[in-house]
Design a protein around this ligand. Structure first.
Ligand code: DGJ
Length: 668
């Protein structure tokens, strides 16, 4: 490092340095990537690199304190073919005295130069994934969850760019594989670099390392795109599919799901669910999911959580009659649970009041009338695992929607010493992982969906154990367009569950097209849908089944965004085929013709372009034969070259309010 002219005068060489592992102390005044307290009260980790080694794709750097017996290993795994570097860290106490880790991020990245913008989401329940880019000129940007789970507020990743667009500009990014309290710090240093820290949040965190113990921080998957946000999204989706998602389902398309929540809320019973299932099968659903309300005394959200036995009034003969009928109709059966929670009004809470997080001297604050079970207590995790295991073993259940509807408060546990309370946030996440891991091992064929009041548990940690995410409780199609767009920057489309519901602001075809942009599900009350609506849904589902590999596994191109354009347009390309959706929420000044440049096509090839008919409700009540329906839906066709479609664009006609279009392109 060049000395600063005029000597040190307040400059810290440590702050000037771009580091791989800055540690609190020495003369560092920037936000540092770790902080320890040794038994004698010394709080800086002064290290040298003891050794480093390379084993295949893995580089390990071993840092060792020059006085105290603390080692920190920095791991770098290069996924060269997928263009991602995975990093994580581990601290080990090599001595006899205890050492406290007060902050221990997973990785640190120093970005040389300035002019960066930092992108992340600002959100809340029913308004997830609102993306923003803000200049990093001064001070720190902190994106953090202190709620005990990922939560809706912001996302556990960093994205830094310099005026990047979808197709151009450099983007540096990294996502944390963790579902608990996280923190991302993006700091504009005065020394011509931006420092980024990402890992477990250090708010209310202390991990005691006793003799011989080690602590590993979760992995970060990081990459670089030279061609804008689009390059970033597609690289991460490919990586997620190859390295993060459960291998058994990563390459399989997700089934078309029907979910009863928006139609019935807690008011479920065997007869009415069978009626729904019959309609769901009629329109082509492959998985029928009964949501909340089937267990304990669950008639509203005041009671029942924790009592995972079938409600005898609603299901006098258990779940078997419903499951049998669902299977007879050719669908799989799925069910909702929220295992980490309990209502005060439940048998579980009455028999185990000590199984929840609480301070002896404080009232337990409720959220959605529920409190949180102590997932740091192995007895609780074992009990819950066995209970859900029993449910899965005794009933032919092929899918679980695992919900979590409140954040942690009173973070204290009857099974830990009070000096250990600051580790509970982290331990909760580990308890949750232990439970889902055990259930997956015992039931390898069950599909699991992660949900936390909508998109509160969307992260690369949960992705290791779940097959899909419930994106948001907001199912209004127009809102969804922006939620889905925000989601898609760093998370794979396949995991984005999207239901068509009865939220009626837009036409049924607009709503269905919007949900077809992800993994399609239906949440309408099919018992009150008209025959024409059912037929329209059936037609569109049939068509979705044909194109779903392109949507779920294809390259994604965000072509137009309602953030700045009059329409939203998105395209997916897989091999020789591509699908395109465009949405016009509101016609403006009579403009009804739009030209959208497509991407990802072969410029030397000709494409057959098929504009799908909208199939708006025409009053047709009968179910026509599948093939005839598909032919009818496949509307006008034309042929254009890839070069024309990418350089001139695809001409569209969209008019009125809530108009949408669905186009399939196939190489000739
Ligand atoms: C919140 C979820 O996000 C909804 O989809 C639904 O499952 C309810 N919980 C049920 O209580």
């Amino acid at each position: 490092m060049e000395p600063i002219e005029g000597g040190m005068a307040y400059h810290s060489d440590y702050d000037r340095m771009m580091e791989e592992c800055s540690s609190f102390g020495c003369q560092r005044y920037k936000e540092t990537s770790m902080k320890v307290t040794f038994a004698d009260g010394v709080r800086d980790f002064r290290y040298k690199v003891k050794e480093w080694f390379v084993d295949g794709e893995l580089l390990t750097l071993v840092l060792e304190d020059i006085y105290y017996p603390l080692q920190v290993k920095l791991f770098y795994r290069v996924h060269e073919d997928l263009d991602i570097i995975e990093r994580w860290r581990e601290a080990e106490n090599m001595g006899d005295e205890p050492i406290d880790l007060e902050s221990f991020y997973s990785a640190e990245y120093s970005m040389p130069g300035d002019g960066y913008q930092s992108m992340n989401c600002n959100g809340t329940w029913i308004s997830e994934f609102k993306t923003f880019s803000e200049p990093v000129d001064c001070g720190k940007k902190v994106y953090e969850s202190t709620r005990g789970a990922t939560a809706h507020v912001t996302s556990p990743y960093f994205i830094l760019h310099q005026n990047a667009t979808e197709e151009t500009g450099e983007v540096f990014y990294g996502a944390l594989a963790y579902s608990g309290n996280f923190k991302v710090v993006v700091e504009a240093t005065p020394y011509d670099y931006v420092n980024v820290l990402i890992g477990i949040s250090d708010t209310d965190f202390v991990w005691h390392l006793n003799r011989g113990e080690s602590f590993a921080a979760p992995a970060v998957y990081a990459g670089y795109s030279a061609d804008g946000f689009g390059g970033m999204s597609n690289t991460m989706s490919r990586f997620a599919r190859k390295k993060v998602m459960p291998a058994s389902t990563a390459d399989q398309v997700l089934p078309i799901l029907y979910n009863s929540w928006e139609a019935m809320t807690f008011d479920v019973n065997c007869t009415q669910q069978i009626l729904l299932a019959e309609k769901a099968a009629q329109i082509g659903a492959e998985l029928f999911v009964m949501d909340d309300g089937w267990f304990g005394k669950r008639n509203d959200d005041f009671a029942g959580l924790g009592d995972w036995d079938i409600n005898p009034q609603k299901f006098p003969n258990g779940l078997t009659p419903l499951i049998d009928r669902v299977k007879e109709l050719g669908m799989k059966f799925g069910i909702w649970i929220e295992p980490e929670m309990v209502n005060k009004d439940s048998d579980l809470y009455r028999s185990h009041p000590e199984w929840v997080y609480r301070y002896e001297t404080r009232e337990i604050l409720e959220g959605r009338n529920q409190i949180m079970l102590d997932m740091t207590n192995p007895e609780v995790v074992a009990y819950l695992t066995d209970t859900i295991d029993k449910l899965l073993s005794e009933n032919d259940i092929a899918y679980i929607k695992w919900d979590m509807n409140r954040s942690i408060s009173e973070c204290a546990s009857a099974c830990h010493d009070s000096l250990d309370y600051k580790s509970i946030w982290y331990r909760h996440t580990q308890g949750f992982y232990d439970m889902i891991r055990a259930l997956r091992n015992r039931h390898p064929n069950v599909e699991f969906e992660a949900c936390a009041s909508g998109g509160g548990r969307v992260d690369y940690g949960a992705m290791q154990y779940f097959d899909e995410f419930w994106t948001s409780d907001n199912t209004d199609a127009l809102d969804r367009l922006s939620i889905q767009e925000g989601y898609s920057y760093l998370y794979p489309i396949k995991y984005m569950r999207a239901w068509v519901t009865d939220k009626h602001r837009a036409s049924l075809s607009f709503r269905t097209h919007c949900s077809m942009c992800g993994s399609l599900g239906i949440g309408m009350n099919l018992n009150s849908a008209s025959p024409a609506e059912l037929e329209q849904l059936r037609t569109m589902i049939l068509r979705y089944k044909e194109i779903r590999p392109i949507v779920q596994f294809g390259e994604l191109y965000r072509l137009k965004s309602l953030k700045q354009d009059e329409i939203q347009a998105v395209q997916y390309v897989l091999g020789e085929e591509s699908v395109f959706f465009a949405f016009l929420p509101q016609q403006f000044r009579c403009k009804s013709h739009f030209l959208v440049k497509l991407r990802g096509l072969d410029e030397n090839a000709m494409y057959r372009i098929c504009f799908e008919d909208k199939q708006e409700i025409k009053g047709s009540a009968h179910m026509s034969a599948d093939q005839a329906v598909l032919e009818m839906v496949k509307g006008k066709t034309s042929h254009k070259s890839g070069a024309y479609l990418m350089n001139n664009g695809l001409e569209l006609k969209l008019s009125g309010d809530y108009d949408s279009i669905f186009v399939v392109l196939t190489k000739d």
